[in-house]
Design a protein around this ligand. Structure first.
Ligand SMILES: [Ca+2]
Length: 396
């Protein structure tokens, strides 16, 4: 995004306890450009973003709300004012419904669908199933971050200008070679904070993709409670590489999108940071949250097999999504840690249209209430149509 804009969808809305921003951006001095940009990105979406009307924010910044916002074809629902302490930053939060928009999460029905089947143990015991899951494919993307050309692999790098996202060139910080991607969610007085890099896999997309990456959480990484930090795969319909962004809390329709991020959760600090790894997942048959929204469902292992990554060490994480055949619930989701099968789900109806294919991936750090700097490093990222496995190890 231009300027210092960031997508804050899904973040806590501080003045309304228990609520999160359904869609929104946070903008800096160039926020009129941010708004215009977000509007352009979101034209294809049923629910879109933006704008505030937070008079206290405009007062403190001295910037007026640009003419035309909100425009006549937008319906603005202000989610609540977001307090701020720094005059140079404006917080914008709101839900904007475009004309002909589908209802938001509240208006969607709360149908209960069959839950995906956790089959990890069965798969481990079934050589044929295991071999199928670990069948190698065609690697179509690799990034070892050894030169600045790496930065061109991503159509959006959040935090690049501010230095919160950068390619480091120091063997001590890299998994291999001297280069790695360093992402920092900087301290922001308990407000949301993040950085990340997003790549586009092309307009054709794929029906099965494995994302393998190495990640190291800083030795002092401590997100507090909520974070979304890890690699994600996203499927969207069409050719808009921004499609589906800003849709936190909304259940996909089936003909639009689905996605899953392999990330940690500390279970309200019952576990040491960053918490155990699971798959934070959105799809058309996801379950509704108790608060009425459709937050990503937590598809994890059985409780006894939860793995908390050790901070200050590199871990090889891989996860894969296999789309279903339209009309069938035969989609799959799987994850490996350091080459060991960790999670395998079957029976997922990801989509209702064959146009929804895996077209995007993301490497990120995102902390909902950033009380301190939290840094992660990524290295040796690869994408394939089949199992990849740890670097340098023989594939099955
Ligand atoms: Ca490297």
């Amino acid at each position: 995004m231009p300027g210092s804009c960031r997508d804050i969808a899904g973040s806590r809305e501080p003045s309304t306890p228990g609520k999160r921003v359904l869609a929104g951006i946070e903008g800096g001095a160039n926020w009129p450009a941010c708004l215009s940009h977000m509007e352009g990105c979101l034209k294809t979406k049923r629910a879109a973003v933006v704008i505030d009307s937070d008079s206290s924010a405009t007062d403190s910044s001295g910037l007026p709300v640009p003419a035309g916002y909100p425009s006549k074809d937008m319906k603005l629902t202000v989610m609540g004012q977001m307090k701020h302490s720094r005059a140079s930053v404006i917080y914008l939060a709101g839900l904007l419904l475009l004309p002909n928009a589908a209802p938001g999460a509240e208006a969607q029905d709360a149908a209960v669908f069959p839950a995906p089947r956790l089959v990890t143990a069965e798969t481990r015991d079934n050589p044929r199933a295991l071999a199928d899951l670990r069948k190698s494919g065609k690697i179509f993307f690799e990034d070892d971050f050894e030169s600045d050309a790496s930065l061109k692999n991503y159509f959006e790098i959040r935090g690049l200008r501010e230095g919160n996202a950068k390619r480091t060139n120091d063997a001590k910080l890299a998994h291999t070679g001297t280069g790695a991607m360093q992402l920092t969610a900087v301290a922001r007085d308990g407000k949301e904070s993040g950085a990340g890099a997003t790549g586009w896999l092309g307009p054709e997309g794929y029906d099965r993709v494995h994302l393998r990456l190495y990640i190291k959480y800083a030795a002092d990484y401590d997100q507090g409670n909520l974070n979304h930090t890890g690699g994600s795969l996203a499927a969207v319909a069409g050719t808009d590489r921004w499609a589906g962004m800003g849709s936190a809390g909304i259940r996909p329709r089936g003909d639009d999108r689905f996605n899953s991020r392999f990330e940690p959760w500390c279970d309200w600090r019952k576990l040491p940071p960053p918490g155990y790894l699971f798959l934070y997942t959105y799809w058309m048959e996801m379950a509704r949250d108790r608060d009425g929204h459709y937050w990503g469902n937590m598809l994890g292992p059985v409780d006894s097999e939860r793995v908390v990554p050790r901070r200050g060490q590199w871990h090889c994480l891989e996860h894969m999504i296999k789309a279903n055949d339209v009309g069938q619930s035969n989609g799959e989701l799987a994850a490996w840690i350091d080459g060991k099968l960790y999670i395998h789900y079957q029976g997922i109806r990801w989509r209702s249209s064959p146009d929804v294919r895996l077209k995007r991936f993301d490497l990120g750090v995102y902390v909902h209430a950033a009380a301190k700097n939290n840094t992660v490093w990524y290295d040796d990222v690869a994408l394939s149509t089949g199992y990849i496995g740890p670097k340098g190890k023989a594939r099955d």
